[in-house]
Design a protein around this ligand. Structure first.
Ligand SMILES: Nc1ncnc2c1ncn2[C@@H]1O[C@H](COP(=O)(O)OP(=O)(O)OP(=O)(O)O)[C@@H](O)[C@H]1O
Ligand SMILES: [Mg+2]
Length: 458
């Protein structure tokens, strides 16, 4: 780092020289000025770290200069020097905002101490300002933990989308927080006082799904004993969250496309046409685009739904968030189970960070929930975590499966072990690349590269 810069202001030439010289030996760079006017001019050009200024100067006095500096640069430390040792002078200067005050002849030891002190306060203030700036630029929503850059980008998109009526498609593996994001968009947007209606397209049998979405008239099919309002009708002026949209069959896809295009629909068995001004947020853990390429999802519908796509990263892609999430869930469940003040050891946290989390945040949540119940005492230990987690890493001795090597003779080249591990994992997941890569905590591209490198045949 450059030497911190100090502006020295004194009408006494020899004192200026002395201070300049002394400060240099203490590791400061300095510029000298013969009066207050010159200082004020120089400050307009560049602000130093500290100002060291004489009290009694011809022209603009030290006190008046100090007042001006304070107004314009409230955080700039100004140390005052005075030939008079009177207490009321000291009080006046301090009141005007001097950081410190010295009488001449200056005790150099004390001056050095005061300068260093002012420097550390200055640095601290800078740090606080920086922190404040990052804090102000971070987007936050209640209940959503996000410390990683990738999640910050997600929340920025949420912030952009929330007050708009644009159709949002949330993509992400199961348990990554898709519904949480959908709710954040609705409940922070201008439809927040209107209904938020959820429909899970995977959980409802095909025959019932259409009536769930659009409603039916009495007697329109066997079992339709009463008239029923559909979700689109219920979500009018609010938001409809179409979860697992990839599970919709072709006929329903066509009907959905029509509501999106015209906002109109009919109840099953009904003749009347209704209008639904529902904002559409959909979610999927499938790759809709490749489904569209394979003709199992309508391409036109896909483009309608994903006008504003939000891709949620898997938990593997943001391991830095694991400790915060773990703590969040720990507090939540500890409070629920009436075990306040529960903590988690570093070894437990290390295991959590090593695990590949195929079930993402939801899996982390339920593992912590269970651990809070299991824990004796007020700390969660490795023994409170499931087996799969305790032995997933292989970095700790106990986690290394005995088959790899248990004696010196067994030790193999690392590359060989990697090759064997990939072969074994591929076999265990029946050659499914996505699942194999996920279990190995590597990207699919990396997996392809390694398969090529080791010449592994499926
Ligand atoms: N960033 C986060 N901060 C706090 N809690 C989170 C976060 N992400 C997810 N969760 C919690 O994890 C659980 C799973 O999230 P959610 O139900 O939104 O996931 P999902 O992607 O819809 O999962 P699925 O595909 O299984 O339906 C919820 O209880 C949610 O509150
Ligand atoms: Mg969900």
């Amino acid at each position: 780092m450059d030497a911190p810069l100090v502006y020295i202001v004194d009408d006494d030439y020899s004192l200026r020289r002395l201070l300049e010289f002394t400060l240099k030996s203490w590791g400061y760079a300095s510029q000298t000025f013969a009066n207050g006017e010159l200082l004020l001019q120089a400050l307009d050009e560049q602000t130093p770290e500290i100002v060291l200024m004489d009290h009694m100067m011809p022209g603009l006095s030290g006190l008046d200069t100090l007042k001006t500096v304070r107004d314009k640069y409230p955080d700039l430390p100004v140390i005052m020097l005075s030939a008079q040792g009177k207490i009321d002078v000291a009080v006046e200067l301090m009141r005007a905002g001097a950081t410190d005050y010295f009488t001449k002849p200056v005790d150099l030891k004390r001056l050095q101490f005061a300068l260093n002190n002012a420097m550390s306060i200055h640095k601290l203030k800078d740090k606080v300002r920086q922190l404040q700036e990052t804090l102000e630029s971070t987007v936050r929503f209640d209940n959503i933990i996000s410390s990683s850059g990738v999640m910050q980008n997600v929340l920025k998109l949420v912030d952009k989308a929330r007050n708009s009526d644009i159709n949002v498609l949330i993509e992400g593996e199961s348990g990554t927080g898709k519904e949480l994001i959908a709710r954040a968009i609705h409940f922070n947007g201008n439809r927040k006082d209107r209904p938020f209606v959820v429909i899970n397209c995977a959980a409802i049998p095909r025959e019932l799904l259409e009536s769930e979405l659009f409603g039916h008239e009495r007697g329109s099919f066997t079992g339709a004993v009463d008239r029923k309002i559909g979700k689109f009708e219920a979500a009018h002026t609010g938001t409809i969250f179409l979860d697992e949209i990839g599970e919709l069959d072709m006929t329903l896809q066509a009907k959905l496309l029509r509501v999106i295009q015209t906002k109109q629909f009919e109840r099953i068995g009904g003749l009347e046409t209704y209008t639904s001004d529902a904002r559409i947020i959909s979610a999927t853990n499938r790759d809709l685009l490749s489904m569209a390429e394979q003709r199992s999802f309508r391409e036109d519908l896909y483009y309608r739904l994903c006008t504003f796509p939000i891709k949620l990263p898997s938990l593997r892609e943001r391991p830095s968030e694991i400790p915060l999430l773990a703590e969040h869930f720990l507090n939540q469940f500890a409070a629920r189970e009436n075990k306040p003040g529960m903590t988690m050891g570093a070894d437990t946290l290390a295991l959590l960070q090593r695990y590949p989390w195929p079930g993402n945040v939801r899996e982390l949540q339920s593992i912590i929930e269970r651990a809070v119940l299991l824990a004796d005492g007020d700390s969660i230990g490795p023994e409170d975590l499931p087996q799969a987690l305790r032995f997933s890493g292989g970095r700790s001795e106990g986690g290394l499966p005995a088959e790899i090597f248990s004696t010196r003779e067994d030790v193999l080249p690392l590359e060989k072990i990697k090759e064997m591990a990939i072969q074994r994992a591929l076999r265990l997941f029946d050659g499914n690349m996505t699942e194999t890569a996920r279990a190995l905590s590597i990207g699919r591209t990396t997996l392809y590269d390694l398969i090529k490198k080791y010449d592994i045949r499926p």
